[in-house]
Design a protein around this ligand. Structure first.
Ligand SMILES: NC(=O)c1ccc[n+]([C@@H]2O[C@H](COP(=O)([O-])OP(=O)(O)OC[C@H]3O[C@@H](n4cnc5c(N)ncnc54)[C@H](OP(=O)(O)O)[C@@H]3O)[C@@H](O)[C@H]2O)c1
Length: 317
């Protein structure tokens, strides 16, 4: 199988790096464009991939900081000048704005239903109202808007898009009058729910997936090292107890993203990476719940208006 030109955002760590590895394992000639926040991280990522797969791999990089719209526009121009055609855009990069755990809630959740507690960690504390230098909601911009902007700016040169959502895309974390998630205590869930809602009115070759629960930096960053090990142990434990959504490793978490990138499933579903109790990969399909077409079109309209505003602002940089 040959992997055509595929752009992966946030490729230097976690699931993004896992996606790159898996694509190269499938096809040593895979045509990959990776994006990282800065040149140092990109060179380091390229070096690691070359060390494993050889110097002749076909991987190029573009610097992209999704939290800075100027950087996003510059990256778009570079991509357009370097690649007249792209096959697939994998919107993997993402961030939370986590600030520790609510211990009482964590222990109660764990004691009442361990599988649920290690799947839906509603006891993570998130910062409220953080904005980027651009004045937009930080998590909203990094996870959704900057990717949406890239998608629209590259609309004429790409074929397929893969959006990486989450199990935490709870309808309750999102409010239509706060699409940037500036008022909610759950900006991460709000951004992922927005992604899911947009999917309801998306085109045929636009996929939505999630990596299940994996032990990557996004969950490690706000925990102390001993707690990280406890959490990883609990992830394996609940998987063994029957949780469908604990791939745990980034490579296994990448399975549904690869599946969608290859256009394998029906794009109207939300595909998730899971495993069996023994850790064998199992991609499962789910649906975006409680979202009507009119609601999806309404959020799309808001995103389009914001896109046009930023397109005009960045036109002359
Ligand atoms: N891990 C899970 O259990 C889980 C569950 C559900 C969904 N997800 C989603 O999976 C995706 C990948 O996350 P991960 O688990 O692999 O976490 P990760 O290890 O923290 O990787 C996140 C990637 O996104 C990049 N990124 C963060 N902020 C960025 C910015 N402002 N501009 C450009 N790139 C930025 C990071 O770059 P730096 O290294 O420079 O920060 C990194 O490459 C995210 O969309 C996340 O929401 C993960």
């Amino acid at each position: 199988m040959s992997i055509p030109q595929t752009l992966i955002t946030g490729a230097n760590a976690g699931i993004g790096y896992g996606i790159c590895r898996r694509l190269l394992l499938m096809d040593l000639n895979a045509d990959l464009i990776i994006t990282c926040r800065n040149k140092q991280r990109a060179m380091d990522t390229l070096g690691r991939l070359q060390k494993e797969f050889g110097k002749s791999i076909n991987v190029k990089f573009v610097c992209l900081d999704l939290g800075d719209m100027r950087s996003v526009e510059v990256a778009v121009r570079e991509i357009r000048s370097l690649f007249p055609h792209l096959h697939t855009l994998i919107f993997n990069a993402g961030a939370g704005d986590f600030n520790g755990l609510s211990w009482g809630a964590a222990i109660t959740a764990l004691l009442s239903n361990p599988i649920h507690a290690i799947t839906h960690s509603n006891y993570k504390i998130q910062k409220i109202g953080t904005r980027t230098m651009d004045g937009l909601g930080y998590v909203f911009q990094v996870n959704v808007f900057a990717h949406y902007y890239i998608q629209q700016r590259l609309i004429d040169i790409h074929k397929r898009v893969v959006w990486e959502s989450s199990l935490e895309a709870y309808p309750s974390s999102f409010q239509i009058n706060d699409i940037q998630g500036l008022q909610t205590p759950y900006p991460y869930g709000s951004s992922k729910r927005l992604m899911d809602m947009l999917h309801v009115s998306s085109k045929k070759d636009e996929y939505l997936c999630h990596p299940g629960v994996c032990a990557t930096n996004i969950f490690r960053d706000h925990l102390s090292l001993p707690l990280v090990w406890v959490m990883v142990f609990l992830m394996y434990l609940v998987r063994w107890m029957g949780s469908p959504w604990h791939p745990v490793t980034a490579e296994k978490g990448a399975s549904s993203i690869i599946f969608c990138a290859l256009g394998k499933g029906d794009s109207s579903y939300k595909w998730g990476s899971g495993t069996t109790r023994m850790g064998r990969e199992k991609i499962r399909k789910t649906v975006v719940e409680d979202c009507r077409m009119e609601e999806s079109l309404e959020v799309r309209q808001k995103m389009d208006a914001l896109y046009r505003e930023w397109r005009d602002k960045l036109m002359n940089i």
